[in-house]
Design a protein around this ligand. Structure first.
Ligand code: SAH
Length: 241
C-alpha cells in the first residue's frame, strides 16, 4: 500500500529512523486526515529522498513515524536561481510556489529601483516553497533568500553563473539563449517588478558579461506570468525537461 499523504519534515530520514512529529503535523495526520497507527505516510526532508513511513504512535499533539523504505532518491533540480522583485502579496506567493514547482534550486527576492515593497516575510515564502514541494512530488525544497538589493547581488555575482535577463524593453525581439556556449554552467533568471527596470539597471545588466538578454514574446507579461514563462523556456532549452 502506498502512502496517500506526503509531508515535509526537517528530521533526518533513513532505514529504521524514527521521526517525531510536531503538534501541527500530528494534528494534520491524525485530526484532519484521520490516520492512525499502522497508516503509511511519505516523508521527505529535501536531503534524503522520499521515505515510506509507518505511523507508530498517534496522539492529538504528538506522534511518531518510523521509516520503512526509500520510495525515491533525492532528485536535485538544475542549478537555476530565480531572481524576482516582490510584488503584491498574493502574486509574490504565486511566484514562489511556481518557482518551486518548476524546479528552481534557489529563490532570491531582489529589490530593484521600481520595486513596490521593501519587505518580505521570508518564513512565509519558505513555507510556500515547502507546500509546493509536498504537492508536486519534489524531493528538494528551494531555499528562499531574504530580500536583497539587486545592485548588491550583482556586485557579488558569481563569475560562472549565467543570467537570463528578461527585459521588457526587448519586446518583440527574438528569444536568444546562447546555451551552447555554456552547457554546464549554473544559471539564474531575472524578472523585474510591475514598474519594469530603470535605465540605470538596464545599462548595468546589459553590460554584465554573464548576461543573456531575453524577450518573452510580443506582449508585456505581468511579473508572475513572466516568471513562469521564463522558467518554462529555460527548462525546455537548458534544464531537465
Ligand atoms: N511596466 C513595465 C513592464 C514590467 S513587466 C512596462 O510596461 O514596460 C514585469 C517584468 O516581467 C519585466 O521587468 C520583465 O522582467 C518581465 N517581462 C514581462 N514581459 C516581458 C517580455 N515580453 N519580454 C521580456 N521580459 C518581460
Amino acid at each position: 500500500m502506498s502512502a496517500k499523504v506526503r509531508l515535509y519534515v526537517e528530521h533526518p530520514l533513513g532505514a529504521g529512523q524514527s521521526v517525531p512529529l510536531d503538534r501541527d503535523q500530528a494534528h494534520y495526520l491524525f485530526g484532519v486526515m484521520r490516520m492512525g497507527v499502522g497508516a503509511k505516510v511519505a516523508l521527505f526532508n529535501g536531503r534524503d529522498g522520499e521515505w515510506t513511513c509507518d505511523v507508530v504512535e498517534a496522539g492529538k499533539r504528538a506522534g511518531l513515524l518510523s521509516c520503512a523504505s526509500q520510495a525515491k532518491p533525492l532528485q536535485m533540480p538544475p542549478d537555476l536561481w530565480l531572481l524576482f522583485a516582490p510584488i503584491k502579496k498574493a502574486r509574490t506567493d504565486f511566484i514562489v510556489e511556481k518557482a518551486a514547482e518548476m524546479g528552481a534550486a534557489r529563490i532570491l527576492p531582489v529589490q530593484t529601483e521600481f520595486t513596490n515593497s521593501d519587505r518580505i516575510r521570508q518564513d512565509r515564502l519558505q513555507a510556500h516553497a515547502v507546500e509546493a514541494a509536498e504537492q508536486c512530488g519534489g524531493t528538494y525544497v528551494p531555499d528562499v533568500a531574504e530580500l536583497q538589493k539587486l545592485g548588491r547581488v550583482l556586485d557579488h555575482w558569481p563569475s560562472d553563473r549565467q543570467l537570463m535577463f528578461c527585459d521588457e524593453a526587448e519586446v518583440g525581439n527574438a528569444l536568444e539563449l546562447a546555451a551552447d556556449a555554456h552547457p554546464d554552467a549554473p544559471w539564474a533568471i531575472l524578472i523585474g517588478p510591475e514598474g519594469g527596470f530603470s535605465e540605470n539597471e538596464r545599462k548595468r545588466l546589459h553590460g554584465l558579461a554573464q548576461s543573456h538578454v531575453v524577450s518573452l514574446g510580443p506582449r508585456i507579461l505581468r511579473a508572475d506570468t513572466a516568471a513562469v514563462a521564463a522558467m518554462t523556456l529555460w527548462q525546455k532549452n537548458l534544464g531537465d525537461w
